[in-house]
Design a protein around this ligand. Structure first.
Ligand SMILES: [Cu+2]
Length: 152
């Protein structure tokens, strides 16, 4: 980047300081499970492909008080869920958030999540230099992953 461009980028960053840079990540087949009124939590899934080394460090959505990256793993015969605070993305390699694996866990839901609607979801990333970026998604709410080419 030239010095002039850097200066412009810095000015832009100052002007929109509340917003991180858009993440160099492609998202495919995003979907979220519906949740009825009173249901505490739901999951969101998406296939991510970064174009540079990145770490997925968090998520947020206006429908939930808490959004965390979780991972399901078999421990012996028992499927357990745990927080995955840092998920590494290698350039060009698909990372699937899917049922039974990595997922965005949306907890303390503020509202019903109806099938057929779309829910905003923000994913936060950090690069090797420690700079943060964001990916803003509109996630369709549906019972099962639709246009995800990797079906289970
Ligand atoms: Cu979970």
């Amino acid at each position: 980047m030239t010095r002039k461009l850097l200066a412009a980028a810095a000015l832009l960053a100052a002007a929109v300081s509340a917003f991180a840079q858009p993440a160099p990540v492609k998202a495919e087949g995003a979907w979220m499970r519906p949740a009825v009124q009173g249901q505490g939590a739901t999951g969101a899934y998406v296939v991510l492909t970064a174009s540079e080394p990145l770490t997925l460090v968090g998520a947020s959505s206006p429908i939930a008080e808490i959004a965390e990256i979780h991972e399901m793993k078999m421990e012996g015969d028992v499927m357990r869920m745990r927080a995955a605070p840092e998920v590494k993305l290698e350039p060009g390699r698909k990372v699937e958030l899917k049922p039974g694996g990595l997922h965005v866990m949306l907890m303390a839901l503020k509202m019903q999540v109806k099938a057929g609607t779309q829910v905003p979801l923000t994913l936060q990333f950090r690069n090797a230099k420690g700079q943060t970026s964001k990916l803003e998604l509109q996630v369709p709410v549906q019972v099962q992953g639709g246009n995800n080419p990797h079906k289970h």
